[in-house]
Design a protein around this ligand. Structure first.
Ligand code: AP5
Length: 212
């Protein structure tokens, strides 16, 4: 099963992708996590991506597509994957479709986690992220068992650099301009389902399960 998560920054794509990955036994692939891991390791890719991410902009398609295609070519993706944060532009979606088509394959489902902009800024300022394993928490809605420590791997949790309110506003405007058109793109392919992302995370997941 090949699943795509769509939605504004902070809509809960990562939270739901993790649950899908655990339930269906397919890898959760987040381009944002791949970039953040590279930033942490100080790679050339990380240095290039950081300048765009800190400004709330998208990393250029050419770079992002190359990384994504390398990742989905790995053995653990043979039976499918859930993509979180990719595609983010129509050209990215088209490249993915072309690559899958070469293998007689296609995306099975695009899940749009719908959350209005006014809910987003509060969510982001309360988010705490583990830069080691990619787990995400919220200080009110989804706190870790021990404050500031990742339940999954025991690393320190941080407020992401791009979760500051000014950057979040920029990310939202980039989302509306460049990523939102993908909703229509997948609607046209009749594989889109939209769920209400303002509900409790478990209720959102139940709605996704009904659609898979
Ligand atoms: P990325 O890491 O993908 O960030 P994003 O899309 O902006 O999404 P987020 O990770 O911020 O949010 P999310 O929707 O996953 O929400 P989450 O589950 O964490 O990308 C970062 C940057 O990398 C981009 O800005 C760009 O520069 C670059 N990039 C990445 N991919 C790219 C691409 N394909 N092309 C170009 N550039 C790319 O939830 C948010 C918070 O809310 C958490 O605290 C969570 O606990 C809480 N929460 C979740 N669900 C609920 C709920 N139902 N109710 C209440 N709280 C909830």
């Amino acid at each position: 099963m090949k699943i795509i998560m769509l939605g504004a920054p902070g809509a809960g794509k990562g939270t739901q992708a993790k649950m899908i990955s655990e339930k269906y036994g397919i890898p959760h692939i987040s381009t944002g996590d791949i970039f953040r891991a590279n930033i942490k390791e100080g790679t050339e890719l990380g240095k290039e991506a950081k300048s765009y991410m800190d400004a709330g902009k998208l990393v250029p398609d050419e770079l992002t597509v190359r990384i994504l295609l390398d990742r989905v070519a790995k053995e653990d993706c043979r039976d499918g994957y859930v993509l979180d944060g990719f595609p983010r532009t129509i050209p990215q979606a088209e490249v993915l479709d072309e690559e899958l088509k070469k293998k007689g394959d296609q995306v099975d489902r695009a899940i749009n986690v719908d959350v209005p902009d006014e809910n987003i800024v509060g969510r982001m300022s309360g988010r705490r992220a583990c830069l080691k394993c990619g787990a995400t928490y919220h200080i009110e809605h989804l706190p870790p068992k021990k404050e500031g420590i990742c339940d999954a791997c025991g690393s320190e949790l941080v407020l992401r650099d791009d979760d500051k309110p000014e950057t979040v506003k920029k990310r939202l405007s980039v989302y509306h301009e460049q990523t939102q058109p993908l909703i229509e793109y997948y609607e046209g392919k009749q594989i889109l389902c939209t769920v209400d992302g303002t509900k409790d995370a478990r209720e959102v997941f139940a709605a996704i399960e009904r659609n898979l």
